[in-house]
Design a protein around this ligand. Structure first.
Ligand code: NAP
Length: 283
């Protein structure tokens, strides 16, 4: 039986994927920060006869310490993980800059650092699977945003949009660096853009952005049920190459600056330094 760990597996795309794979007979461990959402997922799993194959782990992935604890707990309980799906995210497009208690800017911490820690931290469990895969769900292929090399926490000139887009670009580089750092790994790392999908994501946006996004979603967004099968297909039959990027079913070229190897290794080095630094220092 395959084991699939899904951060953000209690809502939206992650939940859709979780229920899909539970129906297919896999074991799913869903991670989220809200216990009620975890209970709802487990109830849905039980309703589908998969109670014994579904688990929920509560963790606030804005915290590096909590993400490390989660990683350790997963390694302990699941020495073999077939797939890691990284969906947890919460946009802070508007409003003031928010620092986590550990001193990281919110989007950098939640959308990038947690994925970095989990991707590298769970590698040994992934290597124990026959065809291990990491599916990092974001927006590869969208030419927006950049890495603010001299101010990664955006302390000098903050905007929520710049922070959100930077976290996406950092994840593009995370996949490149993962493959570069582990050249003999069997893990297939996939950067995945699901397109616009009708999830509850806009519910967390402030007004009037919430109403505008919901209105746009009604017109252009695909239902979760339609977005899940191509994601699931990649988990079941990953590409042969160590790192690939997709916009839904379309394979993206890796030639652009978004996937630049030198930039990826540079960010990888900086990130390791940040994670090793004492909380609140050197950020
Ligand atoms: N929907 C789209 O149109 C779209 C388009 C492109 C890319 N994406 C990407 O696809 C991924 C999934 O998006 P979605 O639309 O499915 O989002 P969603 O419906 O808002 O679900 C987000 C998930 O992340 C979890 N989460 C949020 N903050 C967390 C935290 N601090 N700690 C742990 N878990 C946390 C949520 O659980 P809790 O609420 O319990 O914390 C929830 O399970 C995201 O990475 C997003 O950027 C989405």
């Amino acid at each position: 039986m395959r084991t699939i760990v899904i951060t953000g597996g209690t809502d939206g795309l992650g939940k859709g994927l979780a229920l899909h794979h539970l129906r297919r007979g896999d074991r799913v461990v869903a991670v989220g920060s809200t216990p009620a959402k975890g209970r709802a997922l487990l109830a849905a799993a039980a309703h589908g006869g998969a109670a014994d194959r579904a688990a929920f782990l509560q963790a606030d992935l804005t915290s590096v310490a909590a993400t490390r604890e989660l990683t350790a707990a997963l390694l302990d309980s699941h020495p073999r993980i077939d797939a890691l799906v990284l969906c947890a995210n919460r946009y802070r497009i508007l409003g003031p800059r928010h620092l986590t208690p550990e001193g990281f800017e919110h989007s950098f911490a939640l959308a990038y650092l947690s994925r970095f820690v989990l991707s590298h931290g769970l590698r040994t469990a992934l290597e124990a699977a026959p065809r291990p895969v990491v599916l990092n769900v974001g927006t590869p292929g969208v030419p927006l945003g950049r890495i603010h090399w001299d101010d990664l926490q955006l302390a000098r000139r903050y905007s929520g949009t710049a922070a959100t887009l930077q976290s996406f670009r950092a994840n593009d580089l995370l996949g490149v660096a993962f493959a570069a750092r582990h050249p003999h790994s069997r893990v297939r790392y996939i950067a995945y853009n699901p397109g616009v999908v009708a999830t509850g994501m806009p519910d967390h946006l402030p007004q009037p952005l919430r109403a505008l996004t919901k209105a746009a979603f009604r017109v252009i967004a695909a239902p979760v049920a339609k977005a899940v099968p191509p994601m699931s297909g990649l988990l079941t039959d990953p590409p042969a190459e160590p790192f690939t990027a997709f916009d839904r079913t379309r394979r993206l070229p890796l030639s652009g600056t978004a996937f630049d190897r030198d930039a990826a290794l540079r960010l990888d080095d900086i990130t390791r330094g940040l994670l090793d630094a004492p909380a609140g220092k050197g950020r």
